[in-house]
Design a binder for this molecule. Structure first.
Ligand SMILES: [Fe+2]
Length: 311
């Protein structure tokens, strides 16, 4: 995570310096034009062109031309590499880190939160497709999960593809996307989930969620969003920050409700819904449910020992 963060920071610093240099260069053009026009009008006002006037105009024009040739070298700011596949192509133990490194040139925003819930509530919420319809009915404007079209389990996770539909003709998301699109959700490992959303053409928005348990009742959530949308980057960043905050705000009451429930019930294989929208969560429980239960049993035994020793 540290290596990734420092690489992202260096890319952001380099982009900022390039933007600054371009901004100064662009500002210089009207300034020079204004200076030359002003000098020319002042010279022509008296109808006489002296050698000194001529030298001043010649020097200003020469420096202006030189300024035009000093255009900063264009580094990709709003152009995007075409060799990066925004569709995940492999899911293996190391691929979450590799995936984020691969996507780093398309990085838009990062957010980090400390939330007062078990990280298991967050994972359950991320893998439960139905919550897109119910919890995010406002931000996603009553989007419907139509069907699950593909499910592929892996050794440590799985990938699911599902079709979503915009119900209404007046849905604001129609500005961004087609009415029926196939969304990808991938579980890379117990802590990393990717949500991959097509926008239009080959343009996509990829959201990587990483959870880091702090305690049984607290976790850190990292949200990284990537996109190859060729919108002005600051505008896109602003929109994505807003959308991310809004969806988290919608999620909070739902996460609180999950935290109040008995987590044992959530992670009991026999009690997990067999509906296709819960396939990926079922895969998570099959892989990690028993490990979590054993760790809980050990903690209970340890706490009993502590109570006995104190007594
Ligand atoms: Fe959510």
């Amino acid at each position: 995570m540290d290596k990734l963060t420092s690489e992202q920071s260096s890319v952001e610093i380099s982009e900022f310096i390039t933007s600054l240099r371009n901004g100064i260069w662009l500002l210089g053009i009207p300034s020079w034009l204004f200076g030359i026009t002003d000098r020319s009008m002042a010279t022509l006002a008296d109808g006489y062109l002296s050698a000194m006037d001529f030298m001043q105009l010649f020097t200003a024009s020469f420096i202006f031309l030189s300024w035009l040739f000093l255009k900063p070298y264009q580094v990709e700011i709003n152009t995007y590499p075409t060799d990066i596949s925004l569709v995940p192509h492999e899911i293996n133990p190391d691929s979450a880190q590799n995936r984020m490194l691969e996507l780093r040139k398309l990085h838009m925003i990062s957010q980090e939160y400390i939330l007062p819930f078990s990280h298991l509530c967050q994972i359950y919420h991320l893998l439960n497709l139905k919550h897109l319809e119910t919890v995010h009915s406002f931000s996603l404007s009553n989007l419907r999960v139509v069907s699950v079209t593909h499910f592929q389990p892996t050794a440590i996770g799985g990938i699911i593809k599902f079709q979503t539909m915009l119900n209404s003709d007046f849905n604001t998301l129609r500005i961004w996307r087609q009415p029926l699109v196939e969304v990808i959700l991938a579980l890379y490992n117990p802590y990393t989930v990717e949500l991959n959303i097509p926008v239009y053409g080959n343009k996509r928005i990829v959201v990587m969620f990483n959870v880091e348990p702090i305690s049984d009742k607290e976790h850190r959530l990292y949200i990284d969003i990537y996109s190859n949308l060729d919108w002005p980057k600051p505008l896109l960043q602003l929109l994505l920050h807003f959308a991310s905050c809004l969806t988290l705000f919608e999620d909070l009451p739902y996460l609180r409700k999950l935290a109040d429930r008995n987590i044992d019930r959530l992670f009991n294989v026999s009690m997990v819904s067999t509906h296709e929208t819960a396939w990926l969560f079922k895969r998570f429980v099959e892989l990690y449910g028993s490990a979590w239960k054993s760790s809980q049993s050990i903690k209970m035994l340890e706490s009993k020992d502590t109570v006995t020793e104190t007594a």
